[in-house]
Write a new protein. Sequence first.
Length: 193
Amino acid sequence: MAPWKLPLIVAAIAVPIVAGFYVGGGGGLAVGALAVLAIVVIAVAQRPLGPIASAAASDAGRHVLIVAASAVEDPADVARVVGELGLAGDGEAEVRVLVPARIGFLDRWASDVEPARRGAQRQLVATVAALAKAGVAAEARVGDEDVVQAVEDQLQSYPATEVALVGGDGEDEAAAELETRLEADFRRLRLPN
């Protein structure tokens, strides 16, 4: 943020409140509440605009980040994922599997995220085990419930050259939502060539 913006924001909040108290006594409280409401609405509506940059790789190897919308356990599904990503027989590829935790609305507000994290860990273990059975060694991570934030967090430390969303079917609403969110922000994703 530019250094001149913070004093401007503080003035935009404080001046109407002081003016409201000066003019109408208790009117400052109402003006203050409106200022806070406006700030919250603006903050919630903002979307990050900068690119999601991947960490620089120390080697020229292949680094694949697999975002699993749901557990990928079925041998046919695992074979399809391994085949489409070209991981069969590619012992040089480094693979990381990421499963976003699905936290419910009330759980989020009550800060009860452990059941969602445990569920994501179960999906993660099942997916990594199925990949290992297919001959693909992978690291495992549970991520943020916001799939874009989870990918961005992983890319801060993992030099992914490819990102793939796998799992779920057309009837899995949560997986479809993850796919929609990731595709909507995919233009922000900048992977090294």
